[in-house]
Design a protein around this ligand. Structure first.
Ligand SMILES: [Zn+2]
Length: 291
């Protein structure tokens, strides 16, 4: 059973509270980073060190959302390299097209996407969703893509991973329109209001809690206790949006522990039970093997 263990060199990376938790109580961690773009260039230089730190923190699974159809090749290369590190951490691939990839006039190859997504080694559909922050030029294309991803996810009985930026109502309306009891998935990097959280959960979604939860100004901390803990997942969204104390730096999978600690504090849970519960949630949504 993998246990948290503290290596001295690693101590500097840990917040004091987390360190204390680790020292006073060794426990089965089995942490899962449910959203990590491990295959992007930001990890080219030091993937092995990143893997070792993730292993030290007790991670067992890392889920990699796709950005485009080209992501799979990069994921395969990362997986090949990763296997050589012998960490025992399982990497999983998703297939999908990120909303920010769409340009006006682009068309979606539905059959190609459906084919990729239905492959046995694809654990989820995504990331898809809507994004009105960077550009609204291709909102129609984003919507067509989102609808296709949702329909395919239902067909292949895999969870969908949803990105949302300044598009909450539109996104949840689409989910509602397509929810016929077969749709399951996660609103990744949730930063919405309590009402939005409730609506998403009622629609069958999980909420991904990432590094922004550790920032001083986060509303989610105020109402997270009111949410069903069975619907919360931990994620990093590496290499983006690192938690405190790494805010502004490159994010990496081991940092999921800092968000876990912050979430445990907000919920007044022990770190061990928070980790156990969120890991169970991820296993059940994504159909992963335990350990
Ligand atoms: Zn992402």
């Amino acid at each position: 059973m993998p246990l948290f263990h503290l290596r001295t060199f690693h101590g500097t990376f840990l917040t004091r509270r987390f360190q204390k938790n680790l020292q006073t109580r060794r426990f089965a961690a089995f942490m899962i980073d449910t959203h990590c773009h491990l295959y992007v260039d930001n990890f080219n230089e030091d993937l092995k060190e990143v893997a070792m730190r993730a292993s030290d923190m007790g991670l067992t699974h890392i889920l990699m959302p796709a950005i485009s159809m080209a992501s799979e090749e990069q994921m395969n290369a990362t997986i090949m390299q990763w296997e050589g590190f012998k960490t025992g951490i399982h990497l999983h691939k998703m297939a999908g097209i990120h909303p920010c990839e769409w340009k006006p006039g682009d068309t979606l190859d539905f059959d190609d996407l459906a084919g990729r997504v239905s492959a046995n080694d694809i654990v989820a559909v995504g990331e898809t969703g809507l994004d009105a922050y960077w550009s609204t030029d291709a909102m129609d294309e984003q919507l067509v893509s989102l609808d296709a991803h949702l329909a395919i996810a239902k067909d292949v009985k895999k969870p969908v991973v949803l990105h949302n930026r300044e598009t909450t109502t539109e996104l949840l309306n689409e989910v509602e329109r397509q929810q016929d009891g077969r749709l399951k998935g996660v609103w990744h990097y949730f930063t919405g209001s309590q009402d939005e959280a409730k609506r998403a959960i009622d629609l069958g979604l999980y909420l991904g809690i990432g590094g922004v939860f550790t920032f001083k100004k986060t509303d989610t901390r105020e109402f997270v206790k009111a949410l069903p803990i069975e619907r919360l997942l931990l994620e990093t969204d590496s290499p983006y949006l690192a938690p405190v104390p790494f805010r502004g730096k490159r994010n990496e999978p081991s940092y999921v522990a800092y968000t876990a600690q912050e979430l445990a504090d907000a919920l007044e849970f022990s770190l061990a039970s928070l980790v156990a519960q969120t890991t169970q949630n991820a296993i059940s949504l994504f159909g992963l093997q335990e350990g």
